[in-house]
Design a protein around this ligand. Structure first.
Ligand code: ADP
Length: 265
């Protein structure tokens, strides 16, 4: 439903009525609206790096290529923008594959604790910021049937965001809790946080809280949307909690469908 409100106002300025028109947006219309918005977003996201590149290439062609001080910088900008477009197109292809009906998970039976620990190690080895990693992981294996490539990508996305939005000297907590029928993963940072009104939208395609800032950090705005699709495909849920200026926690769940010995129920 979509509501349109019209205020009936007399010349004297008194409000003496309010008309509410409720429109029933059918599922089909909604899909069509989302599709149009998506195409418009994609076009905009591709146009921005292309126009930037065009102006730098024009400047180079008009003589800047001869200037040893300027040329390398200009070429670097065009390379960065090309890389952004490659990332964007890769993300778009992935979303498009997931949208199609043939989308299938390629699952394996793995110890999720070990897998999570290894991913954290990889980030800890290569991080360029002074951010402390704190792990609260169980000491016993938790066997899950998951598509390891896809879940690795989800965890990569969340950890890269946590690092991106963390200040120097911050910390990231990695928690893994097991309940009867699911595993709950929490990745908690001490970064800038997300305002409450933006919180639900961060899983939408192309949504960024601060567009300019997120773009300058190289984000496509698709990472969490892709993660959400992947977690949904596994029958899990993904959400975030945040306090502005204090930090953000991103949670996701995965169904735990094996018993303690790792045998299928
Ligand atoms: P991006 O490619 O921009 O990182 P994502 O889909 O991964 O796109 O995230 C969407 C937006 O959610 C980001 O642009 C950012 O505004 C916000 N966000 C995600 N994770 C965090 C975090 N840990 N702290 C603060 N903001 C975050």
């Amino acid at each position: 439903w979509r509501a349109n409100f019209s205020v009936i106002q007399k010349e004297t300025g008194f409000v003496n009525g309010l008309i509410t028109v409720l429109h029933d947006i059918t599922e089909q219309e909604k899909i069509e609206m989302e599709r149009r918005e998506f195409v418009s977003n994609v076009s905009h996201e591709l146009r921005t790096p292309l126009t930037t590149m065009r102006s730098y290439l024009e400047a180079l062609a008009e003589g800047a290529w001869k200037d040893e001080n300027i040329a390398p910088t200009f070429l670097n900008v065009t390379r960065t923008e090309t890389e952004r477009m490659i990332r964007l197109v890769t993300d778009l292809l992935q979303l498009s594959r997931m949208d199609s009906r043939e989308y299938e998970l390629n699952t394996d039976f793995v110890d999720f604790v070990k897998m999570f620990d290894r991913i954290i190690n990889r980030f800890e080895m290569s991080k360029s910021k002074n951010v402390e990693f704190i792990r609260e992981l169980p000491h016993t294996p938790i066997y899950l049937e998951i598509d390891t490539d896809k879940i690795t990508q989800v965890i990569d996305n969340i950890i890269s965001n946590a690092l991106k939005y963390s200040p120097d000297g911050g910390s990231i907590h990695f928690k893994l809790n097991l309940s009867e029928d699911e595993v709950v993963v929490e990745i908690k940072d001490t970064g800038m946080g997300i305002p409450p009104k933006n919180l639900d939208h961060i899983f939408d395609r192309f949504y960024r809280v601060d567009k300019a800032r997120a773009r300058s950090m190289g984000g496509t705005g698709l990472g969490l949307a892709i993660s959400k699709e992947m977690i949904n495909a596994h029958g899990g849920r993904i959400w975030a909690e945040s306090v502005e200026g204090k930090g953000t926690s991103v949670f996701f769940t995965l169904p735990n469908n094996a018993d303690e010995d790792g045998e299928w129920e």
